[in-house]
Design a protein around this ligand. Structure first.
Ligand code: GYE
Length: 317
C-alpha cells in the first residue's frame, strides 16, 4: 500500500467515525426547560400535563419548573436552565412585564426562548423566537358579544378578574369592557381579582354579594375555576347560579362545560391548553434552523346551552 492510500483510508475511517459520533450526538435527547406559572387552575393542570406527556412521547428530556405563582421563581428557573445548557427554554409568563434581563441572559447563552400561553411586553422583540397560545382579546370579546345578546344589552355586571398584571387578565378585561361599552345599559358595577383560583372566586363573590345584594344580574369571570367558586358562593347565599345571576366565563375546562350542561354557568369561551405538540414541533424547527410563525394562536370555540351537552363526553381537559 502506498503511503497516500494509507492516509486516504485513515481519512475515510476518520470521517466515518466522526459521522457516527455526530449522529449519536443528534440522537441525544433534546433538553428543554419549561418555566410554568404554577398550578392555579384546571386549565393550568391540563397545560402542564400536555407539555409533560408530549415530551415523554417524543423522548424529550423536559426540565419542568413550577413557579408556584411567583415571577421570581420563574426567573430563577430560567437562570438554572441557562446553567444547565438546555437546547431551548419555554416560558409561560405569570405577568406581562419584567422579563427582559433574564431573557437577555438566555439570548447571550444562545438558547432560544419560546413564549407560550401568555404574552409579554418587552423593549426588545428579539429576546424570544415566537409565541404560542390563545388570543385573549378575542375571548373577552366573544364573552361580551354572547352576553349582550343573552341579556338584551341590559344588566349590572360584577367581574372576577385573573391574576393582576397577567396577559389574560389584562386582555380579557380590556376587550370585554370595550365590547360592552356599546350598550349603555350594560354596566360593570364592581371588579376584583380572584387570582384565577376557585377559592379566590368564591371569596370575592361572597364579598360582591354582601356589598351589592340583589343588584347583581351578571357575573363575568376570567376563568372557569373562579366561576365555579362563585357558583358555590351564589348557592350558599340562597340564589340560583345561571338563573338569578347569568354567568359567563372563559376556559371551557370539563367542569366548566359540565356546569353549562347543568345550567349553572350560562356560557364558557374555550381557551385550549393542549399545545404541547405544537410547542415541541416549533422547538424542533427552530433548532433545525427552519423559520417559524412569530405568533401562533389556537382556535377557540364557545359553549352554551345549545352545544355543551354534545361535547361533554369527548372533552379532553
Ligand atoms: O385561562 C386560567 C389560567 O393563562 C390562559 O391561566 C391562561 C389562564 C387560564 O389560570 O385558567
Amino acid at each position: 500500500m502506498k503511503i497516500t492510500s494509507v492516509f486516504q483510508s485513515l481519512l475515510i475511517g476518520f470521517v466515518a467515525a466522526a459521522t457516527v459520533l455526530a449522529s449519536a450526538a443528534d440522537k441525544k435527547p433534546l433538553k428543554v426547560g419549561f418555566a410554568q406559572t404554577g398550578a392555579e387552575s384546571a386549565w393550568r393542570t391540563a397545560n402542564s400535563e400536555s407539555m409533560k406527556a408530549e415530551a415523554a412521547k417524543r423522548g424529550i428530556d423536559l426540565k419542568f419548573s413550577d413557579g408556584l405563582g411567583k415571577q421570581e421563581n420563574q426567573i430563577r428557573a430560567i437562570r438554572s436552565f441557562v446553567t444547565q445548557h438546555v437546547d431551548a427554554i419555554v416560558l409561560a409568563p405569570l405577568v406581562e412585564t419584567g422579563w427582559d434581563p433574564v431573557l437577555r441572559e438566555a439570548k447571550r447563552a444562545g438558547i432560544p426562548v419560546i413564549i407560550t400561553d401568555r404574552t409579554i411586553q418587552t423593549a426588545d422583540e428579539s429576546l424570544y423566537v415566537c409565541f404560542i397560545g390563545s388570543d385573549f382579546l378575542t375571548e373577552g370579546r366573544m364573552a361580551a358579544d354572547w352576553l349582550a345578546k343573552k341579556v338584551n344589552g341590559k344588566g349590572r355586571i360584577v367581574e372576577l378578574q385573573g391574576t393582576p398584571g397577567s396577559a389574560p387578565a389584562n386582555d380579557r378585561r380590556k376587550s370585554f369592557g370595550e365590547a360592552i361599552a356599546k350598550y349603555p345599559e350594560l354596566k360593570i358595577i364592581d371588579a376584583q381579582s380572584g387570582d384565577f383560583r376557585r377559592t379566590g372566586g368564591k371569596e370575592v363573590m361572597e364579598a360582591f354579594i354582601k356589598k351589592h345584594g340583589k343588584d347583581i344580574d351578571i357575573l363575568y369571570a376570567h376563568n372557569d375555576d373562579m366561576a365555579l367558586g362563585a357558583v358555590q358562593a351564589i348557592e350558599e347565599a340562597g340564589l340560583k347560579p345561571g338563573k338569578d345571576i347569568v354567568i359567563v366565563s372563559i376556559d371551557a375546562v370539563r367542569e366548566g362545560v359540565q356546569a353549562v350542561v347543568d345550567g349553572k354557568i350560562n356560557c364558557t369561551v374555550e381557551c385550549n391548553p393542549l399545545f404541547g405538540p405544537k410547542v415541541y414541533d416549533t422547538i424542533q424547527k427552530v433548532i433545525a434552523g427552519e423559520k417559524v410563525e412569530r405568533k401562533s394562536f389556537n382556535k377557540d370555540e364557545l359553549f352554551d346551552s345549545t352545544n355543551a351537552a354534545a361535547v361533554i363526553a369527548t372533552r379532553q381537559y
